[in-house]
Write a protein that binds this ligand. Structure first.
Ligand code: UD1
Length: 336
């Protein structure tokens, strides 16, 4: 299938483009590199030994996007392009609502106009807020979003559902990601945080590399086994693969709306991540215990039964693999 991948040079997008090619599909990247780097394209080509077509376009530019749809006539879209920093979204909510929602409505309008039937949407476990029961299934009620970023994911899901109900033939797969970490095992692509990383694993790798003085663990007085927050960390290649299975499934259907949790189904504390990183990479990490971070949920991890049963998807990589690959990527980046 020919598939437009918005945000295809980004962290999850670039790994998905690689997996699409490996499964025989033809990805077309749309990215304006505001949160990614053009050199990732040549890295994708190096890994896959294929030329990848790309457009430097902001998904909020309807007319430019229209031209790409007209030119390419894709079979489907995987829509990643969005802002994702929780803290920034609290200070600049309009930036998040404008970008994340306009790009989505543009894409849906163009799916109508150009008769493109299939879309996979990047959602997040953040839509569950502070869930009553852990692990969360897709039926766990969504709680009010904890941030404007989280709200763009909830509203994005609602827009897609309304769109689905109003159309005769559209297929939608909403993937709720847990915490994607790691990098491609080749060490050629991975996460490229701009400035100080917000997320745990890039902060750890930059600390181990000496770019940051120390990691601050945000609170050790939660009611968990070691007092630190619990998350479901998934290797980015496993997450990428889920997109391929999701689009291949809906492309065979007519009027289908799927929602899947994409996590490994294991809850891991922040200190367990730190210890595993130290062990697997033989590195001592400087860290201190700091205050809780505003907006953090204490514990969330997935029940992934639905995706495992319906898509026959299974994570191949462990936490150790992900932390080894993340460190390998960090080291390679510094040497390049
Ligand atoms: C959050 C969202 C996720 C979103 C992601 C985007 C939730 C449950 N998750 O992930 O949906 O896609 O942001 O950025 O809302 N930590 C430290 N020190 C650090 C950094 C993080 O201790 O320097 C801790 C955090 O407190 C948290 C864990 O590490 O317990 C993971 O944090 P992070 O990597 O930022 O991801 P989430 O906040 O879980």
């Amino acid at each position: 299938m020919k598939i437009i991948v918005t945000g295809g040079a980004g962290f999850i997008g670039s790994h998905t483009v690689v997996e699409l090619i490996e499964r025989g599909h033809t990805p077309i990247i749309i990215d304006d590199y505001r949160n990614s780097k053009p050199f990732i394209l040549s890295r994708i080509e190096e890994i896959t030994n294929t030329t990848v077509k790309s457009y430097n376009i902001d998904c909020c530019s309807f007319d430019k996007l229209d031209k790409v749809f007209k030119e390419e006539q894709p079979d489907g879209i995987i829509h990643f392009a969005a802002y994702k920093a929780v803290g920034e979204s609290v200070n600049q909510p309009l930036k998040y609502y404008n970008n994340n929602l306009n790009s989505l409505t543009n894409i849906l309008s163009l799916m109508q106009k150009h008769k493109v039937d299939n879309i996979v949407f990047s959602s997040s476990c953040t839509v569950y807020g502070t869930a009553e029961k852990i692990p969360v299934t897709e039926k766990t009620p969504r709680k009010p979003a904890e941030s404007p970023y989280g709200n763009t994911k909830q509203v994005g899901e609602d827009i897609l559902t309304d769109f689905f109900n109003s159309e005769h033939d559209k297929n939608i797969s909403i993937l709720r990601y847990f915490n994607p970490i790691g990098a491609h095992p080749s060490g050629l692509i991975g996460e490229l945080p701009i400035g100080t990383p917000n997320n745990l694993v890039p902060y750890i790798t930059q600390t181990a590399a000496g770019i940051r003085k120390e990691l601050t663990v945000f609170g050790d007085d939660y009611t968990t086994k070691d007092g630190t927050c619990i998350r479901d960390y998934i290797h980015v290649v496993d997450l990428a693969t889920a997109h391929i299975y999701a689009i291949e499934k809906i492309a065979k259907q007519s009027k289908q709306l799927d929602i899947y949790n994409v996590g490994v189904g294991i809850g891991t504390t922040v200190l367990e991540v730190v210890q595993t990183f130290e062990e697997v990479n033989n590195q001592k990490l400087n860290y201190i215990i700091g205050n809780r971070r505003a907006g953090d949920v204490v514990e969330i991890y997935s029940d992934n039964t639905k995706i495992v049963e319906e898509l026959n998807w299974k994570p191949k990589y462990s936490l150790k693999d992900a932390l080894r690959d993340a460190w390998n990527w960090q080291k390679k980046m510094q040497n390049d």
